[in-house]
Design a binder for this molecule. Sequence first.
Ligand SMILES: [Zn+2]
Length: 221
Amino acid sequence: MERFVQIFVQEKHWEGCGGLVLDDEVRVTISGQAGLLVLGLPHEFYENVQSVLVYPSAIVTPERNTGTFEIPQGPMVSGIPILGEAQLHGPIILVWDSVKRNARHPEEGHNVVYHEFAHKLDMLDGVADGTPFVGGRQAMDRWTQVCQAEFLDLRKRAEKGQPTYLDKYGATNEAEFFAVATEYFFDKPKEMKAHEPDLYEVLRDFYQQDPSTREPVRKGR
Ligand SMILES: [Zn+2]
């Protein structure tokens, strides 16, 4: 992991935005969490991550249009505060306030770093559709079967205003479902395994690791 962090910090373009001073704490915290996702995967899985932009707190951007050939250098969403973003052919954007808070409170099941880097893993095959490269035909069939059922169930419950296990944001679309499920998988693995065993299993097979067997790391106080 130490090696991963070293390489990741050097290899990617890092930028402090909105007055954020980008120091080692920022780089190492983000790289460490990004690295956890790919512990069992080849390092190349992040070849589509070129830059990481970090803002101090929630970003609200003015309305603007991106030119057809312009590579976006800032958040795409206008007018509403965002805590993070992963662009298909663009940077990962993170908000340091949220990164720190999420790291201190894994029990909340929210982690913007896991979330945005999961999007990038999903996008590696060229589309953000909630299905990353899961391997052979059999694994793919199982993935589709489990995720589709869970996604539709979450969407149905969210629409009816019923309580849901995963955050309702995961009902937005399949890509958000995968990113939200990834947050729970790494933040609350034991609970997720008990609650959503099938979903836990396909994520375990994709990520090639079983976080439920690790002892939770206590961070902060
Ligand atoms: Zn998302």
